[in-house]
Design a protein around this ligand. Structure first.
Ligand code: SAM
Length: 295
């Protein structure tokens, strides 16, 4: 493989935010973000048939678990390229791939929206890595450029907050004590619900040149904490509630005991027999194809 892990572009404000603010928090809650939410990739990956020797791109691959699953599927004659804008995640991904004995997988730190892909991939996959682009249509066009004609795109995104109480409920609780983040709040990009609308995403994919667009609804459980306290810590660090808490600064710390108590009450309802917090969730598994004609 010829990809070289050199930085080709200056980081955008979102990429900077992922690196300087979210990376450590994500690492701290990897057991939730990678394993607890994995229902949503398990279903599509279990039934995905990959032709041995396929070249596969994993967009926003994080710690690389889905890239590793894909590398096993494509076998020694194929390869997987995992791309993520946070090197810290990829260090762990490379380590896990090495431990798994895989040498058909590579990880590079790049901004997927801007990286000059060259049209070699048979399949592009992403679990929750597509919802943070500065310009989603430009990013989709760039991903299409990575695909060979007839190449396939499969990506998983969250449906709206109404169907994902594991993200929405904690924000409602926190907003009883703290103000909404202001206009100037730093963020990770458009955010987890930015691709919830089938109309919007269909249009974006069409403009980007994709065809045969299909949405499949996946409803299933997510484990958002090993205990009530773990779930509270997670909610106050990451996601919509975490954003409100972070932006409120000193005021949030002053109110922490009351906020934690209110969250404890709300989250305890979802505690299972083993003590884990398990909540309902819903995503779209979206598939699309790069047409032959205009590539
Ligand atoms: C919600 S996480 C999902 C990570 C992983 N796919 C998983 O499911 O565990 C989103 C990932 O997208 C990455 N990301 C966000 N914007 C990106 C960009 N413009 N280019 C590359 N990666 C990006 C983040 O660093 C993060 O690892």
């Amino acid at each position: 493989m010829s990809e070289v892990a050199t930085k080709l572009t200056e980081p955008t404000e979102y990429v900077q935010f992922w690196n300087d603010t979210l990376a450590d928090k994500f690492d701290r809650f990897r057991h939730i973000l990678m394993e607890g939410l994995s229902y949503h990739s398990r279903v599509p990956l279990e039934r995905l048939t990959v032709t041995p020797g396929s070249r596969i791109l994993d967009v926003g691959c994080g710690w690389g678990d889905t890239a590793i699953q894909l590398a096993r599927k494509t076998g020694p004659d194929g390869y997987v390229l995992g791309v993520d804008c946070v090197e810290q995640f990829l260090t762990k991904a490379r380590d896990d791939a090495r431990k798994a004995g895989l040498d058909n997988i590579r990880f590079i730190t790049e901004d997927v929206e801007r990286y000059p892909f060259d049209g070699r991939f048979d399949l592009c996959f992403s679990r929750f890595g597509m919802m943070f682009f500065e310009n989603p249509v430009l990013a989709m066009k760039n991903i299409r450029r990575a695909l060979r004609p007839e190449g396939e795109l499969i990506f998983i995104v969250w449906r709206s907050s109404d169907f994902n109480p594991w993200l929405g409920m904690a924000k409602e609780v926190v907003l009883r004590y703290l103000p909404e983040p202001g206009e100037g709040a730093r963020s990770c990009g458009p955010g987890p619900f930015s691709m919830a609308s089938t109309e919007v995403v269909s249009k974006q994919l069409e403009i980007a040149g994709f065809r045969d667009i299909n949405f499949e609804q996946l409803d299933g459980p997510v484990t958002v904490g090993n205990s009530v306290q773990d779930a509270i810590n997670f909610q106050l660090a990451i996601g919509p509630a975490g954003e409100v808490f972070r932006e409120a600064g000193e005021l949030a710390e002053q109110q922490r005991p009351e906020i934690e108590e209110a969250l404890r009450e709300a989250l305890a309802y979802y505690q299972d027999d083993s003590g884990c917090i398990v909540m309902p969730s819903s995503s779209w598994c979206i598939t699309a194809r790069n047409p032959v004609s205009d590539h």
